[in-house]
Write a protein that binds this ligand. Structure first.
Ligand code: SAH
Length: 211
């Protein structure tokens, strides 16, 4: 892309202006080619601050939301394994793969799952397992994760996912609250689950079953 470097530095400045502070995450966003995750017809908009359609009625989240969720899930000394629900185009997945040792990401729409697989393979990211499945069921091949991130909003916290959270693990998810959505951070502690309200957000709904 012409002037790609310029686009990307403006992109990072804008994220800083919106309050993103974690330098590691800014660096990852600065180097990851977002245009690869976007349909060719929309690629000139890859470094805008918008959510964009990725087909199948789904969207890639805005760069700010991706950066914000990455910042909230980041805990310097606890970056072993992460489970992502809602691979979509795989952009957040790629960022998680630079932050965590191992990433498992589940997507219910086969077309998106296959496309993300191709994109992530072209970037040679090797610590990612992509699954075509319903995220409500969790991931049966691994018992527990240090972190779980949902990029689609369920009506309530799925029990099976909560059960897959390690001791001291955290979960970032959008939840419906009285008809609108909020982003929450749940943290498993000795005294149970601690829940923190982060921000108002707008995600696609988490749906049952696979297609
Ligand atoms: N992080 C993604 C966001 C995509 S939108 C990106 O940047 O592209 C959320 C995704 O969650 C959609 O692709 C949708 O199909 C998926 N999704 C919704 N319900 C799901 C479920 N039950 N299990 C797995 N994926 C689900």
């Amino acid at each position: 892309m012409k002037n790609n470097k310029n686009f990307r530095s403006k992109f990072i400045d804008s994220l800083r202006d919106q309050g993103i502070k974690n330098e590691l995450i800014l660096e990852i966003l600065a180097t990851l080619p977002r245009e690869l995750f976007i349909e060719p017809a929309l690629r000139t908009r890859a470094y805008d601050q918008d959510a964009l359609p990725i087909g199948c009625n789904q969207t890639i989240s805005s760069p700010y939301i991706v950066a914000k969720m990455s910042e909230i899930i980041y805990e310097r000394d606890n970056m072993g394994s992460v489970l992502e629900i809602g691979t979509g185009c795989g952009y957040q997945t790629a960022i998680l793969s630079s932050l965590f040792d191992n990433v498992v990401s589940i997507e219910r729409i086969k077309t998106l799952h296959l496309r993300a697989k191709e994109t992530l393979a072209s970037l040679n990211l090797r610590n990612i397992t992509l699954i075509h499945g319903d995220g409500h069921e969790g991931y049966s091949k691994q018992n527990h994760f240090d972190a779980i991130i949902l990029t689609a909003a369920p009506a309530k916290v799925p029990d099976k996912l909560l059960n897959q959270l390690n001791e001291h693990g955290r979960m970032i998810l959008p939840l419906d609250v009285n008809g609108s959505q909020k982003l929450f951070r749940l943290k498993r502690t000795k005294n149970g689950i601690h829940k923190k309200d982060i921000d108002d957000v707008r995600f696609v709904p988490m749906l049952e079953g696979i297609v």
